[in-house]
Design a protein around this ligand. Structure first.
Ligand code: ADP
Length: 208
């Protein structure tokens, strides 16, 4: 297996914001796959007591740590938004920790096969090499915008700005081994998910 983490079949699941990654990943999880959510892992690094907090405090100062001990997201976002050097410093703290914590989660994961949910998988050369197969959750861009506006209480412009910082729909589809078009009835999508899951079980070859 080419998967860089550990033995067994590894699927990388990606898609643009609001495409339905979490929804599809949860369906596969219910069917028996082990989910490793890199967004969640990244988030946990910067909550109160998170592993990245001491380094963030040392690098950027107390003013970037909120009263509850979490990273002050708004302050950090503002800092790195216009300043690439600061952004790279933050990434230099977070990326190695995300990697080690993801490896730990992968080693502990129990399921028929592993699914790494990685929003920016296509953008990252290393991720593409670390998984055996890539599943892209795809949907119409207007649908993405509508879903994220209502889920995150964002304006259309804010959602479009996030999408512009992600790979294009075309680039994602070009990297895909499998695609789920998630813009219809969830009942039909569930059937498609089951079909893929059965295929992944064959790839996993009974490896647990
Ligand atoms: P992502 O993880 O890619 O950002 P989510 O799975 O969180 O996307 O989906 C975004 C929003 O759209 C969620 O509120 C989810 O419940 C909803 N959603 C996802 N797929 C569908 C669908 N096929 N039909 C209707 N709503 C959906």
């Amino acid at each position: 297996m080419t998967g860089g983490f550990s033995s067994g079949f590894s699927l990388g699941l990606t898609g643009g914001i609001g495409s339905g990654k979490t929804t599809i990943a949860n369906m596969l999880g219910e069917l028996g796959a082990a989910l490793i959510d890199t967004d969640l892992i990244a988030h946990q690094l910067t909550v109160p007591g998170g592993l990245a907090i001491p380094a963030i405090r040392a690098q950027f100062g107390d003013e970037f740590i909120a009263a509850d001990g979490a990273m002050d997201r708004a302050a950090i976002r503002q800092l790195v938004f216009a300043d690439t050097e600061q952004k790279l410093k933050l990434e230099a703290i977070l990326h190695p920790l995300i990697r080690t914590e993801t490896e730990r989660a992968a080693a502990e994961a129990k399921g028929d096969y592993r699914i790494f949910v990685v929003p920016l998988l296509v953008e990252s050369g290393s991720w593409k090499k670390r998984v055996d197969r890539i599943l892209v959750v795809d949907c119409d861009e207007e649908t993405q915008i509508r879903r994220v506006m209502s889920r995150n209480q964002l304006s259309r412009e804010q959602v479009v700005a996030i999408m512009r910082n992600q790979a294009s729909r075309q680039d994602r589809l070009a990297a895909a081994d499998d695609v789920i078009v998630n813009d219809g009835d969830l009942k039909n999508i569930r059937e498609e998910v089951l079909r893929l899951h059965k295929q992944y079980l064959i790839f996993a070859g009974g490896n647990k």
